[in-house]
Design a protein around this ligand. Structure first.
Ligand SMILES: [Zn+2]
Length: 121
């Protein structure tokens, strides 16, 4: 590796440079420094992106808002139509359920009567 101070080649596990005596950073320190550099670079890039987008941010927000409203408007008649279309089906289902219940009750009552009549014999 290279000495952090004089840039001469030294042993990769050296704690101090054998030429200038400068203390070499530990792996932990190097990782911390690299992490800090990455964080700083990321922050710089993000700042640049934000600054580049800023002039359009308002337009994007307005366009998104308009699109959302248009979608909602377009959906409304379809939603109302769906609601109206479903209504008779729901009513019909209730009617069918009622008649099935009535029919079941009648059949059950008849069966009970037959069973009673058979028991009397
Ligand atoms: Zn050195």
């Amino acid at each position: 590796m290279l000495c952090v101070s004089c840039r001469r080649t030294i042993a990769s596990d050296a704690d101090f440079c054998r030429f200038c005596g400068a203390r070499q950073p530990t792996m932990g320190e190097e990782i911390t420094a690299a992490g800090r550099e990455i964080a700083e670079a990321t922050a710089a890039v993000m700042t640049r992106i934000v600054e580049n987008v800023k002039p359009f941010a308002k337009e994007v927000a307005v366009a998104t808002d308009r699109a959302a409203k248009e979608v909602a408007k377009a959906m409304k008649p379809a939603a109302e139509k769906t609601g109206k279309a479903v209504e008779p089906v729901v009513k019909g289902a209730k009617k069918v359920t009622k008649s099935v219940a009535r029919g079941t009750a009648r059949v059950t009552a008849e069966a009970a009567r037959k069973v009673k009549a058979a028991a009397k014999k």
